[in-house]
Design a binder for this molecule. Structure first.
Ligand code: PRP
Length: 182
């Protein structure tokens, strides 16, 4: 793994300070949009765990949260188009206000699948929050109510996002550049 990391260098795209400010804004907006009752946030493992951790603390309203995991076949830096549920929720969503929390919307394949699965659980409402949106790569239309940042078509890591499971712990969102041999 260490050898792999030496083949790339990271360049900050969005600093942790900017991320935190934007999450504070999103938290205030979300609290206003749900004036009564508890917001049930569903974080999608693994990438969204860092965003969800900061977001729940930025929402001045009652929040419960749980996690789901999906797996995609044949994924390197791109989606295969095929998704399956790898870890389900522990709680029922029936009659609840559900907010799906994702780190990034890329092709939209994962969120299309998840929104369909969760809709069948009869929530009162269902919306999506994504820290990053890469609209240039969209294959399926997805309605994302809360977007942190719209980004260009660059491969990004950090703040939960990985490349081959590395870099998730970087505090900033960074572009991953190959180190070119001279
Ligand atoms: C990433 C990300 C989203 C999905 C978005 O997950 O966290 O779930 O890809 O891509 P899409 O819009 O093209 O479907 P990944 O499968 O890399 O898993 P991870 O969260 O565990 O890193």
């Amino acid at each position: 793994m260490e050898q792999d990391q030496q083949q790339y260098k990271t360049r900050v795209l969005i600093s942790n300070e900017v991320i935190r400010k934007r999450i504070d804004e999103l938290g205030q907006q979300i609290a206003k949009d749900y004036p009564s009752g508890t917001i049930h946030m569903v974080g999608i493992l693994k990438g969204a765990c860092i965003f969800l951790s900061d977001l729940v603390r930025a929402v001045p309203a009652p929040v419960k949260f749980d996690f789901m995991a999906v797996s995609s076949y044949g994924r390197g830096k791109t989606s295969s188009g095929e998704v399956k549920l790898a870890k389900d929720l522990d709680m029922s969503l029936e009659g609840m206000d559900v907010l799906i929390v994702e780190d990034i919307v890329d092709t939209g394949v994962t969120l299309t699948y998840l929104a369909h699965v969760l809709q069948q659980r009869r929530p009162r409402s269902i919306q999506i929050a994504a820290l990053l949106d890469k609209p240039s790569r969209r294959m399926r239309p997805v309605q994302v109510k809360y977007v942190g940042f719209t980004i260009p078509d660059e491969f990004v890591v950090g703040y939960g996002l990985d490349y081959a499971e590395d870099y998730r712990n970087l505090p900033d969102i960074c572009i991953l550049d190959p180190v070119n041999p001279a």
